[in-house]
Every structure is written in structure tokens, then in C-alpha cells.
Design a protein around this ligand. Structure first.
Ligand code: C2E
Ligand code: MG
Ligand code: MG
Ligand code: MG
Length: 299
């Protein structure tokens, strides 16, 4: 019996192997293709940043923006980050790409300030790979010095995955980042594996409620409860809280009623290329203070 089982396993294994080989090759080749394309994209300056406004719910005013990378591919057109960030992370290319993002976002934000468009925050996403890179702190302080951006206007978005490997090291790094004067936020909060205990140990300023909870708050009582709890948790820990992925007046209304500080989402604006974002600032676009009323008017 053992022999037969072994034989079947081998046979199955070999068949599986043969079956999967072409697909795996395709995937590997695809990655190699993307990797070399990413290298030349950096050289040819094919990346662009889009900016999505972040709005204060009490004032209705734009108070900040998140910088989101896009790849302006000569043949494919605009490529979304979900299609290339993971390859950039695996190959380490995220380090130079991320440095470009940080520099460009800070310089753009400072230019808007200099043009009299307001003292807005700019949030930049940091991947785990960048977090571990040796020159991260020097890079950030160089960018701040070179662009003249006030450190308090730079926010760095981290994900919970950063905190999993080496907690002691992560705490140390976060404190060094904080000592530069920048703000730290946890992106996609609630979707990671981390325990809540890190919230009190890490010098964090902001929680960003993940879009997956926000999208169902008006339909799913559990998601509604989770969102209300995250807002209360953040406030009890003296953190500020922003909801991402807000698409409807009802979602906004719920977030307001539960005291959420800020929102970001298609309901107010999609991420915009720099000229369109600048136009939005010039027009002083703001959020109506009573969404319920605005919604009631429409129906
Ligand atoms: P994220 O940091 O959680 O960014 C929010 C994503 O949600 C963005 O997708 C944004 O366009 C999208 N979004 C915002 N509001 C809404 C809404 O109301 N509805 C829906 N359905 N989506 C909304 P995007 O720009 O495609 O970026 C995806 C992810 O790629 C980001 O998620 C972030 O993890 C990563 N990413 C983007 N830019 C960078 C970057 O410069 N560096 C790194 N390391 N990662 C980046
Ligand atoms: Mg983000
Ligand atoms: Mg997010
Ligand atoms: Mg996300």
C-alpha cells in the first residue's frame, strides 16, 4: 500500500509539476519583463503622481492629499500601482522608486504652498522594503532639507505588515522617523495581522480605516460597528482617524455622526493629476457641511 501511495504521490506530483510548469514560466517571465520595464521607466521618467484630497469633516475643507503613483507606459497607457508595486517590492526597485515618490510629492506640495494654495499635508506610502532600507532616515531628511517642506506637513503611511517581523527594531525605527518631525499613519487599518498592543507602543499619529470596512457601513451592521469602534479606539489613544474609500453621502453621514476626523474617497474626488488637483485647490472645493440635507435635497 505504501508503495502504491508513494507511486501515486510521485505521479501526481510529477503531473502537477508538468501541468504547472508552463504557467509558472509565464509568470516568471512576466515578472522579468516587468522588472526590466520598471528599470527603464525610472530612467525615462515614466512615473507620475496623482493626488487625492483629504477632507476635514468638521470644516469641509481640504487639509491634505495622498500621493499615489501611476506608471505612464508608452504602449500600455496608465498602469495602476497594484500591477507593478509588488514586483518593485520583490526586486528592491521600490527603494529608488519610493525615493522618487517622496522627493516628487514633497517638492510638489511645497510648490503649491509657495503658490499660496494653502499649508496642506502630503501623505506618502512606504513599503516594508523601504522601511528596512538603511538610508531611509537620511533620504527623508535630505528631501525635507532640499524641498524646504516643513516636516510636520509630511505624513508617512505604513501598513501593519511592517510591524510583524522585528517589533523592537520597528519601534526604534518609528521613533527615529518621528524625531524628524514627520507624522506616521497606519494605512488599511484593520486588515493586517498585528495585535492591538502595538498601537500603544508605536509613536503613531493617524489610523486610516480600510476601504473594505467603509464600503459596507450602511449595509452591514458588523462593518458599521467595526468602523465606529476604530474611531473610538483612535480617539481614546489620542490618534486622529481618517476613512478611505468614501463613495456615498450615506457613508459620509455615518462617519460624521461617529466623529471621524477626515475622509478621502471618490465621493469628494478621485486621485487627480497635478494640474487638476491644483485646479481643485484654486476653486476651493469643499465638502457640504450637512450631507444629510444635501442628500435629502436630491431625493
Ligand atoms: P492605498 O495606499 O490604500 O491607497 C488608496 C487606494 O484606494 C488608491 O488606489 C485610491 O485610488 C483608491 N481609492 C481612493 N478612494 C477610493 C474610493 O472612493 N473608492 C475606491 N474604490 N477606491 C478608492 P491606487 O491609487 O490604485 O493605489 C493602490 C495601492 O497601491 C495603494 O493603496 C498603495 O498601497 C499602493 N501605492 C500607491 N502609490 C504608492 C507608492 O507611491 N508607493 C507604495 N509603496 N505604494 C503605493
Ligand atoms: Mg495609502
Ligand atoms: Mg489604504
Ligand atoms: Mg489599500
Amino acid at each position: 500500500h505504501a508503495d502504491i501511495a508513494m507511486y501515486r504521490a510521485k505521479k501526481l506530483g510529477r503531473n502537477n509539476f508538468q501541468f504547472y510548469t508552463p504557467a509558472m514560466n509565464d509568470e516568471a517571465q512576466e515578472r522579468v519583463r516587468i522588472e526590466s520595464a520598471l528599470r527603464s521607466a525610472l530612467e525615462r521618467d515614466e512615473f507620475v503622481l496623482h493626488y487625492q484630497p483629504q477632507v476635514n469633516l468638521a470644516s469641509g475643507q481640504v487639509v491634505g492629499m495622498e500621493a499615489l503613483i501611476r506608471w505612464q507606459h508608452p504602449e500600455l497607457g496608465v498602469v495602476a500601482p497594484d500591477r507593478f508595486i509588488s514586483v518593485a517590492e520583490e526586486t528592491g526597485l521600490i527603494v529608488p522608486i519610493g525615493a522618487w515618490v517622496m522627493r516628487t510629492a514633497c517638492a510638489q506640495n511645497k510648490a503649491w504652498q509657495d503658490a499660496g494654495l494653502g499649508m496642506l499635508r502630503v501623505a506618502v506610502n512606504l513599503s516594508a522594503r523601504q522601511f528596512g532600507a538603511t538610508n531611509l532616515l537620511a533620504d527623508i531628511s535630505d528631501v525635507l532639507a532640499q524641498t524646504g517642506l516643513a516636516p510636520s506637513l509630511l505624513e508617512i503611511e505604513l501598513t501593519e505588515s511592517l510591524f510583524m517581523s522585528d517589533v523592537t527594531l520597528a519601534v526604534e525605527l518609528l521613533h527615529s522617523m518621528k524625531s524628524l518631525g514627520v507624522n506616521l499613519s497606519i494605512d488599511d487599518f484593520g486588515t493586517g495581522y498585528s495585535s492591538l498592543s502595538y498601537l500603544s507602543r508605536f509613536p503613531i499619529d493617524v489610523l486610516k480605516i480600510d476601504r473594505s470596512f467603509v464600503s459596507d457601513i450602511t449595509r452591514d451592521a458588523n462593518d458599521a460597528a467595526i468602523v465606529a469602534s476604530i474611531i473610538a479606539l483612535a480617539h481614546n489613544l489620542k490618534l486622529s482617524v481618517i476613512a478611505e474609500g468614501v463613495e456615498t453621502a450615506e457613508q459620509l453621514d455615518y462617519l460624521r455622526r461617529h466623529g471621524c476626523d477626515e475622509m478621502q474617497g471618490y465621493y469628494f474626488s478621485r486621485p487627480l493629476a497635478a494640474p487638476a488637483f491644483e485646479e481643485l485647490l484654486r476653486q476651493r472645493k469643499s465638502l457640504p457641511l450637512s450631507v444629510t440635507a444635501a442628500h435629502a435635497e436630491r431625493v
